[in-house]
Design a protein around this ligand. Structure first.
Ligand code: PLP
Length: 480
């Protein structure tokens, strides 16, 4: 039987674990990017029963190599172009380690004052870096909080919006009546899921048309839908505008959408889960046009593009009272003087669960290591690579770029019928040197090429493009 790990054992195994991570990250490019595991294959390699006796920690590290790695798709691989990135970095990984070392539950200020105040502070820093409006900062009526995901941020915004629009009835009595929530036909599915979670039902979802060229929300259609709802006694609750859609990074016209929300008294949530961090660079701040004037809440994920490990989704609200009114609960066992003084933030009232890690620590580590300049350089590098890649695609008559690509995602397809793109996707999967994902743009199949790995460079893009061209063996369509 193993006793608790002693400090010396912890030190030795900790060094070994850090060595393992350093080696993994240094050599990840040599591995096939996508796991070739078949369903069930991984579990078949595990013992059927838990160990009765403790084992040496070395066994775990060797199983990481032999058992776990074959079942891993390598998100830190420079050939990973699928989904949106989850680019990690040394300071973030170490921040996670330190978070685990302290392992405080930062559910309220009293539970660990530094966990709360660092979060408030780092979110003020982030708001400054992204040039978000003053009312989102902790000194005013609003404030920021770190959620686990952008999906949770949507739910928090929706619950606050619902409580506000019902004058507190949603909290007191639950929801009854007919409500509507609006997002474009390109909005992330998290919206519809949370409409269900909030008890509104799928029928409350309104899908707003998008412009066929830009794939951004059509405000004229939004107005039509809202007016029709109001005429029929349906209560509009929230509009979610997307800054950087999942499919193509389309940017909704927040200025026009926001004006409509104000006219009808509707909560405006901005989902900038991936793209928002681009606003660290002044030249990309245009993506936030309208946010300062109109947003009630705004979310972006440092854990997608900003070098922070998963579990870092920053949400700001203009009116923190609206969130707290919807979500606060104070059982006897959590009562304390600090809360009663009204002088502190209790983040349990800003999210659905009670418990939470010391979420700010790794974001603090990232910001201190890179500084604003480092983060800007990272974003600019990826955007420049994407623009170069798009130019290569355009220059090859076999392919077409399918949507505007203002940031680091390029959607393209093989000209001709979808079968050709389908075949290319299949070949890329079978080949395994790079990983891309797919979407539909204006009804046609497209390849999403999302640039975002931490260590990616021009050579990786160039070799990905060579692989794509090699595998797109079909001849040009007759129309070209
Ligand atoms: N919104 C957008 C635009 C996204 O692209 C994503 C995920 O890629 C999400 C929301 C959901 O993010 P999360 O996994 O943090 O819930």
């Amino acid at each position: 039987m193993n006793a608790h790990m002693t400090p010396d054992e912890f030190r030795a195994h900790g060094y070994a674990a850090v060595d393992w991570i350093a080696d993994y990250l240094a050599n990840v490019a040599d591995r096939p990017v996508v796991s070739q595991a078949e369903p069930g294959e991984f579990r078949a390699a595990l013992p059927a029963h838990p160990p009765e006796q403790g084992e040496p920690f070395e066994n775990l590290l060797s199983d990481l190599n032999d058992v776990i790695l074959p079942g891993i798709t390598h998100w830190q691989h420079p050939g990973f172009f699928g989904f949106f990135p989850a680019n990690a970095s040394g300071p973030a990984i170490l921040g996670d380690l330190l978070t685990g070392g302290l392992n405080v539950v930062g559910m309220m200020w009293w539970a660990s004052p530094a966990a709360t105040e660092l979060e408030e502070h780092v979110l003020d820093w982030m708001a400054e870096l992204l040039d978000l409006p003053e009312r989102f900062r902790s000194g005013g009526p609003g404030g920021g909080v770190i959620q686990d995901t952008a999906s949770s941020a949507v739910l928090v915004a929706l619950l606050a919006a619902l409580n506000r629009v019902t004058g507190g009835r949603a909290r007191a009595e639950g929801v009854s009546g007919r409500f509507a929530v609006y997002g474009s036909d390109q909005a992330h599915s998290a919206l519809e899921k949370n409409v269900r979670v909030a008890g509104l039902g799928e029928s409350a979802m309104r899908s707003v048309r998008t412009d066929p060229k830009t794939l951004a929300m059509d405000p004229a259609h939004l107005r039509e839908l809202i007016e029709a709802d109001v005429r029929e006694g349906v209560v509009p609750v929230m509009v979610m505008a997307t800054v950087g859609s999942t499919s193509t990074t389309a940017i909704d016209p927040v200025l026009d959408i926001g004006a409509l929300c104000r006219e009808f008294g509707i909560w405006l949530h901005i989902d900038a889960a991936f793209a928002g961090v681009a606003a660290v660079c002044p030249e990309f701040r245009w993506i936030h046009e309208g946010v300062a004037e109109y947003a009630d809440s705004y979310c972006t994920n440092p854990h997608k593009w900003m070098l922070t490990t998963v579990g870092s989704s920053t949400l700001w609200v203009a009116d923190r009272a609206a969130v707290i009114e919807a979500l606060s609960i104070l059982p006897a066992f959590l009562r304390n003087k600090a809360t009663e003084s009204g002088q502190v933030v209790d983040y349990r009232d800003w999210q659905v669960p009670l418990g939470r890690t010391f979420r700010a620590l790794k974001l603090w580590a990232v910001l201190r290591w890179y500084g604003a300049e480092g983060v800007r350089a990272h974003v600019r590098h990826h955007v420049a690579l994407a623009q170069e890649f798009a130019a290569w695609v355009r220059a090859d008559e076999r392919f077409e770029v399918m949507a505007p690509h203002p940031l680091s995602l390029v959607c393209f397809r093989v000209r001709g019928d979808d079968e050709r793109t389908e075949r290319l996707l299949e070949s890329l999967t079978a080949d395994g040197r790079i990983f891309v994902s797919q979407t539909r743009v204006s009804g046609r199949l497209a390849i999403r090429f999302a640039i975002g790995a931490t260590t990616i460079d021009r050579e990786h893009i160039a070799s990905a493009w060579t692989i794509i061209r090699e595998l797109a063996t079909c001849p040009p369509s007759p129309s070209v």
